[in-house]
Structures are given as C-alpha cells and as structure tokens.
Design a protein around this ligand. Structure first.
Ligand code: AMP
Ligand code: GLY
Length: 426
C-alpha cells in the first residue's frame, strides 16, 4: 500500500518513519516533507501543497490512506476536499478543527458541555480588554484567537505585561496570527496553576483510543524560562498522568468532548489533543484543544508505539477503533529539540548541519526545519531537529538523547539541557 503524510515537521517525519515500518506499506509520500524525509530511501517528498492537486496525485497513484500532521491544512479544509472526492483521509473536517483554530469556539464549546477549563472572556475592543485585566489582576493569560503555532499566548505575571500583550494582539500583528473571521480577538483567561501534560487520543467519530501520555516543554530556556515556543522537547509517558488521573480525564474531558461534538453535528475524527493542567489534587483542566498530534510529543510517542500504525489508522478511518488495542514499549522515550538561532521570533535559515548519526535501535534524529541542497543538509526553519532516544528510565533516555545531540552541530543551535526534569525530580 501507499500512504501520504501531509506536513513538513518533526511530527510528520516521525509519522512517516513509523508508517513505513508496516509490512503492508510499500511507500510513504510526505508533502512537502523536509531534509530528513527526503534523504530516507523509503520515503518520498512531494512538492505539492494545493489540496486539489494532492487529491489528484492520491487518485492517480492509488494511495490507500492520507494522514494530516499540522493544523493549518486541517483548518483550511483538506479533509473536506478529500472526503468529497471519496478519498480515505485521517483528520478532522474544517468545522471540527475549530476546536483548535478558534479559541473562542473551543471555550464556548467547553462551557456549554461542562468540560473543566479556565474561566475566560473574549474581546474585540482593546479598551474593554484593558479594563477587564485591571479588574481581574495578575497573573492572567492573554491569548490571540486564531492559529499562532503555539506562540499567541502570553502568561502575564504583571498587569503591565498583560496590557502590552493586549496591544500586540489587538492592534498590530507582530506574532503572525492567522485571525479568524471578524478580525483580531483576544481571549483573556484565569491563570491555572499545576503541571501540564499532553493527552492525545484517536477518534473515529464515535470510538476513542488513547495514545501514550507525554509532556512537552513549551518555554525556550532551561528551568522553564524565556518565551513560549511550539515545544522544545518531550517525553512519554508523563508520570503526572497517574492511572487515576487518566481515568478522570477520559470521563470528564475526552468522552464529553467527543460526544459533545457528535451531538453538535460536528463529529470529530482524527487525533484529538487535550493540553491539560493538572493541579496538586490531581484535578485536570483543559488548557487547550489541538485537532492533531503534538510536535514534538509525536516523536517520543512513535518511538514507543509497537502496534502497526497503518492498521491502526485504517481502523480509525473505518470507524472500528473499538476492535483494537495499542501496544507500547515499556521504556521511556525522550526527545530534545534543536532550534535555529533567533527561534521563536525570527529563526535564521541556511546554516550547515553536520554530525547526525544513522538511526540506531534506541536513538532516532527526526528532522523538522531542514532541507537538502545537493548533498548538504541546511537549516530551513525554527525547530530544526528532534533527537529522540529510548531508555529504561527518564534519566537513561535523557542521557542517551544528549549523547547523540552532543555530536550534532550547526551554528546558533539552541536547545534545552533539562528535558525530562519534572519526571526526574519525582
Ligand atoms: P496554549 O497555546 O493555549 O496551549 O498556551 C500555551 C501555553 O501557555 C500552555 O502550554 C501553558 O503553558 C500556558 N497557558 C495557557 N493557558 C494557561 C492558563 N489558563 N493558565 C496557565 N498557563 C496557561
Ligand atoms: N507541542 C505542542 C503542540 O504541538 O501544540
């Protein structure tokens, strides 16, 4: 069988890497892919981004299954286009993708279906937003309503920071947010205290199958300092999600969401990612929904998945997820992101990358912002690589990942030295 993965990041490299291991899969196309998917002889990059042209290719090549990695094509309706043409694709429709693409939609949905989340208000008027912040006080969280690649959120610890964020988000567009209809809006939220975890499930519209848990590291610098990023490293499983917390999250968040979407006539198919904040009592609240897998969470999750991902996704697109279980490697997987100089605001491109070792049984370097120019591998985006390793403990996985990372070099590389710190402290 042939499979198509849409996207170009580390998440898509990990998906393609895993899918091509299936005995049933002969070729995986990645559109547009990156330097890593382009240099793996089992994978093929495809320089097509237009949805109709992609669907033409899928029809012509008789591709059995398409999987969508990032939120942008989902929010733009790639699933709707493929389905109209009778093509098998795994992901949410444009309407269902609003759970991620519109924070206002997601918050209103959660309130209506009583799904635990932070209290919030939505504003289009800057003056009203400023007044609200003055009334509520800091810490407080300011979010741009629209897709911002994880960067449109400011956790303001002072009122001054909160006011500044409102002005950025409503008056300029320095963050590159893709605004929803009606223009710039901000969501202002109650600050939630606790530990975050990524809770990702597969949905076929009615059945739900949870993936292994994971934890991301959103801040750029060690000790969770510096600006928010798309994610600087992740590991799986996340010990903060105890079996008890897991059961409660399924019962209070995931199932009500999937049932609520079905009831609202926007059945959710695809990967559903709940970003959780878990407080000291083990109570989980939803910080955000994503309508896709996490990046970099997918890289460690795929390293641990023993089941055949192609089979799993065929069930997911057939509506028969209730017929299968997933099998996981019991070891810990941990991935460290190497980002380009200037990330997250203005990543520099074009630096020469060297020292990437061939894949081994316990370490794989997944590519994101890389491109092959002749035989040379160069940086081409913010997050460049995710060095991912397996180990019997978080410490061992961490040690192995950094051992590999220390051999890799490109000018200006930024990475954290403390990925996994919360699990190691436990
Ligand atoms: P989001 O894009 O909504 O996931 O926000 C990015 C990051 O900002 C989250 O991963 C959290 O670390 C932080 N954050 C967002 N909302 C809140 C909140 N209400 N309370 C505390 N931290 C938050
Ligand atoms: N790593 C966070 C995300 O994918 O949204």
């Amino acid at each position: 069988m042939k499979v198509l993965v849409i996207g170009s990041g580390g998440r898509e490299h990990a998906l393609a890497w895993k899918l091509v291991q299936s005995a049933k899969v002969q070729t995986v196309y990645v559109a547009p892919g990156n330097g890593g998917t382009g240099s793996d002889p089992r994978l093929h990059n495809l320089a097509i981004t237009d949805f109709q042209a992609l669907a033409d290719f899928v029809q012509k090549e008789k591709i059995a299954l398409t999987v969508v990695g990032p939120e942008t094509p989902l929010a733009a309706g790639v699933v709707d286009v493929f389905r109209e043409r009778g093509l098998r694709i795994f992901g949410p429709t444009k309407a269902a993708a609003q759970l991620e693409s519109s924070k206002a939609f997601a918050k209103e949905f959660m309130q209506r279906h009583k799904i635990p989340t932070a209290a919030y208000e939505t504003f289009i008027d800057a003056r009203a937003a400023h007044a609200y912040v003055d009334e509520r006080g800091a810490p407080i969280v300011i979010k741009a309503d629209g897709l911002a690649a994880g960067k449109g959120v400011v956790v303001a610890t002072t009122l001054a920071q909160a006011h500044e964020a409102i002005d950025w988000m409503l008056q300029g567009n320095k963050l590159g947010v893709q605004h929803n209809e009606g223009g710039a809006r901000v969501v202002i939220e109650e600050f939630l205290d606790g530990e975050e975890a990524s809770f990702i499930v597969l949905c076929d519209g009615k059945n739900v199958l949870s993936l292994a848990t994971s934890q991301d590291h959103k801040r750029l610098l060690d000790h969770d300092e510096g600006p928010n990023t798309g994610g600087m490293g992740a590991y799986s499983p996340a010990p903060v999600v105890t079996p008890n917390v897991h059961a409660k999250v399924m019962h209070e968040i995931i199932l009500p969401t999937v049932h609520g979407m079905a009831k609202d006539d926007v059945p959710f198919t695809g990967f559903l990612y709940a970003g959780l904040m878990i407080d000291a009592q083990g109570k989980a609240r939803t910080v955000e929904f994503n309508c896709r897998l996490g990046d970099p969470e997918t890289q460690p999750i795929m390293m641990r998945l023993k089941s055949d991902l192609f089979d799993v996704l065929m069930h997911a697109t057939e509506g028969t997820l209730d017929q299968i279980d997933l099998e996981w490697d019991r070891r810990i997987a941990l991935g460290v992101v190497m980002a380009a100089e200037g990330y997250p605001l203005a990543p520099r491109k074009g630096d020469l990358i060297g020292g990437i070792p061939p894949e081994s049984a316990d370490a794989v370097v997944f590519h994101a912002g890389t491109t092959l120019i002749g035989k040379e591998l160069r940086t081409s985006g913010g997050r460049v690589l995710c060095v991912t390793a397996l180990g019997d403990s978080v410490k061992q996985a961490q040690h192995r990942a950094y051992e590999v990372l220390d051999g890799i070099h490109f000018d200006g590389a930024q990475f954290r030295r403390d990925i996994g710190h919360r699990a190691i402290k436990r």
